[in-house]
Design a binder for this molecule. Structure first.
Ligand code: SF4
Length: 60
């Protein structure tokens, strides 16, 4: 499993709230752009899916 990011769903106008909930530092964001995931760090905990109100995150 890995995390997929649908950038089209992200309004890209705020700090991504999922970043501080990710326990492994797998999520990063440049400015207010859509977040990016390093799937080599992801442990598939699913927290980002629950935090994001826009449904940007999904599981592959
Ligand atoms: S599933 Fe968990 S470890 Fe993976 S990116 Fe989301 S919050 Fe981070």
């Amino acid at each position: 499993m890995s995390i997929k990011i649908n950038k089209n769903r992200c309004p890209q106008n705020h700090p991504c709230p999922a970043i501080r909930f990710c326990p492994t530092g797998a999520l990063t964001q440049k400015g207010f752009s859509a977040p990016e995931v390093d799937n080599s760090k992801c442990i598939d905990c699913g927290r980002c899916l629950r935090v994001c109100a826009f449904g940007v995150f999904s599981k592959n």
